[in-house]
Design a protein around this ligand. Structure first.
Ligand SMILES: Nc1ncnc2c1ncn2[C@@H]1O[C@H](COP(=O)(O)OP(=O)(O)OP(=O)(O)O)[C@@H](O)[C@H]1O
Ligand SMILES: [Mg+2]
Length: 594
């Protein structure tokens, strides 16, 4: 019990949980870890043996004038040193090997975890911060993972065997000196607590800088367009200054700990010398003993000093692991129910919103209060309404990108929460408002709709989406690389590319969130044609910004902040006074987008 409490001073409950997690990452690499540790044992043993030989030479062979034995010892030492060198190599090499393997495991797990987290997580966290968790943070964890246990083992062996050996030379002096050494180690552990906090802060500031840079790079076009370079620079400098401040905060305790520790180490060497001088003078020990003693002590202080140098690595590595674990402990907000069923091939596609209620953030007002809507199979329903009323939100609820807070959404009579999420999404084609183009070839981008599709199918989809002819004009055709944000494609081309994806996917249910950006009449006509081909025979929900799309809908739903205000066909709505009529008239006069 007493011991436990002492333990708690250094490691609290949460940390011990973390430590357990951390150690669990060693398990799969047990063999290589054991191999490296065995090599550590061998070279530490050799380091410990050297002063023993020195002592024998000084105490026995020199007084006896036995030079032949000195040469024999030298020979043995040479062999040992060669073994020593090999062991050092093995530790340095294989230590890093298992370090990087652990890092890899952690990174893969983090990556998989990221695939399971809901969009809510991505709304709350910045890309740069997530990135740094998977890169810099884990790099440091890996360093800690192998240097940490190598050094810990070496130090333990040295302290135990050093003590056993030295008390044979002189019990009281050795015990006294070791007590001082332990006091020093304890002080170091105490100092650690402060540093952990400071380094945690440092990590998050660094991540903040990453986010800023990420934002600036992805927003470079915007910045230039507004000639806001200086403004960005000021913000960046502020982040940088905060980082510098955090750095000072972290390194000030580190510096003082290092200084105090080095003082202690030197003090101990002086103490050894003074105590030794007295012991030799009073004939308690021989001169050779003293030399061995001093050598041993120097040996012992090396690992202690090494721990101190490692403090930085240790703090950073641990802070990195904490951030990694934080990600791993992140609750998966949306997951399959235990007995979720697969959505089968013969989907009818009737979608029913039943008193659905939704908010992005529990503290904020509901975006959907009591939303009910029935989309019959094979029909097309259009959502129209002012910007920000929640049209995109409604669309995103169907593939379960976000979870309802009340009511339900059913497809063919089954609650979407009772379907396996992946099978649900496989049957839904979702054309997003902002088209996302991956870095890769045009073919890859289209084939994202169905990675198993062959070239012929890709080309057919491109033709259906009305973009084949354009692709043919490119030098590399379907192998043309398109940039991170599809830099080389125009807005209309990107939209057609995203439609091609859906043609390839061929889902029963289609959700179209039309881009608000206006297109020229010809492109619009092209896209309209593709969309008309696409919607045939499917159940479609379209967030419509284009009048052509709205007119062909079976039912039009007009939304405002309170919910549905009008519904009916184009003709019906035009006949009635109200929002839709105003909208239509405005668009006829060329005023409107949404
Ligand atoms: N990821 C999000 N997290 C928090 N709030 C959000 C999020 N996305 C949208 N909102 C908020 O929800 C409301 C509805 O947004 P939504 O994107 O559904 O509007 P919209 O009707 O599609 O508008 P538009 O016609 O401009 O595309 C807005 O007030 C918006 O600020
Ligand atoms: Mg929208």
């Amino acid at each position: 019990m007493e011991q436990r409490r002492l333990f708690v001073i250094f490691i609290d409950k949460e940390e011990s949980h973390m430590l357990k997690k951390f150690l669990s990452y060693y398990r799969p690499h047990f063999r290589i870890v054991a191999f490296v540790l065995a090599a550590v044992v061998v070279y530490t043993g050799i380091e410990l043996a050297i002063p023993v030989f020195t002592r024998t030479i000084l105490n026995v062979y020199i007084p006896d004038g036995d030079l032949q034995s000195v040469l024999v010892v030298a020979g043995v030492l040479l062999v040992l040193l060669i073994v020593y060198m090999i062991m050092q190599y093995l530790v340095a090499f294989y230590g890093h090997v298992f370090g990087i393997r652990m890092e890899n495991d952690m990174r893969s797990r983090a990556f998989n975890k990221l695939q399971t987290l809901s969009f809510g997580y991505y709304d709350r966290n910045k890309t740069g911060q997530i990135m740094s968790r998977l890169t810099t943070d884990l790099r440091e964890v890996s360093e800690l993972a192998h240097h940490g246990i190598e050094d810990l083992l070496m130090i333990s062996i040295m302290l135990i065997f050093g003590y056993i050996y030295l008390i044979q030379i002189n019990f009281w002096a050795t015990t006294g000196l070791f007590i001082l050494t332990f006091i020093q180690l304890f002080l170091m552990l105490f100092a650690r607590k402060n540093m952990i906090v400071a380094f945690r802060k440092l990590r998050s500031k660094l991540a903040q800088i990453n986010s800023r840079v990420e934002g600036v790079i992805s927003g470079v076009r915007l910045t230039r367009a507004f000639a806001n370079e200086e403004f960005e620079e000021v913000k960046f400098q502020a982040d940088n200054a905060e980082y510098m401040e955090a750095y000072r905060g972290a390194f000030s305790p580190l510096a003082s700990t290092t200084a105090v520790n080095n003082f202690f180490v030197q003090l101990l060497s002086v103490a050894v010398l003074v105590v030794g001088a007295f012991l030799v003078a009073y004939n308690q020990i021989q001169f050779g003993d003293l030399v061995a003693y001093i050598m041993y002590f120097a040996l012992l202080t090396t690992p202690i000093r090494r721990i101190m140098n490692m403090m930085e690595l240790f703090q950073q590595g641990w802070a990195g692991f904490e951030r990694f674990q934080e990600l791993m402990d992140e609750p998966v907000e949306i997951e399959d129910r235990p007995n979720a069923i697969a959505m089968t091939g013969d989907v009818q596609g009737e979608i029913v919103f039943d008193h659905a209620q939704f908010t992005y953030n529990t503290e904020e007002a509901d975006i959907l209060k009591d939303f009910s809507l029935d989309i019959k199979k094979g029909t097309m329903v259009a959502l129209v309404g002012p910007s920000g009323v929640g049209k995109t939100t409604i669309a995103q609820l169907i593939p379960r990108f976000y979870e309802l807070s009340g009511g339900s959404i059913t497809i063919d009579g089954t609650d979407i929460r009772d379907y396996q999420m992946r099978s649900l999404r496989r049957h839904i084609g979702y054309v997003q408002q902002d088209v996302i183009i991956f870095w890769g070839t045009i073919r890859d981008n289209i084939a994202y709709g169905n990675p198993e599709a062959d070239d012929a199918a890709v080309i057919e989809a491109a033709k259906a989406a009305g973009i084949h002819d354009f692709i043919e004009t490119l030098e590399d055709g379907y192998n043309t690389m398109v940039g991170e944000r599809g830099v080389r494609l125009s807005g209309g081309q990107k939209q057609r590319l995203s439609l091609a994806r859906i043609f390839l996917k061929n889902p029963q249910i289609l959700i179209l969130d039309e881009a608000t950006s206006a297109l020229d009449n010809i492109t619009e006509a092209y896209i309209q044609q593709s969309i008309e081909t696409l919607i045939k025979g499917r159940t479609v929900l379209v967030v419509a910004h284009r009048l052509t799309t709205v007119q062909s809908a079976d039912e039009i739903i007009v939304l405002d902040a309170e919910g549905i205000v009008q519904r009916g066909t184009h003709q019906e709505l035009l006949a009635a006074e109200g929002h839709y009529k105003n909208l239509y008239e405005a668009s006829q006069n060329g005023i409107i987008g949404g």
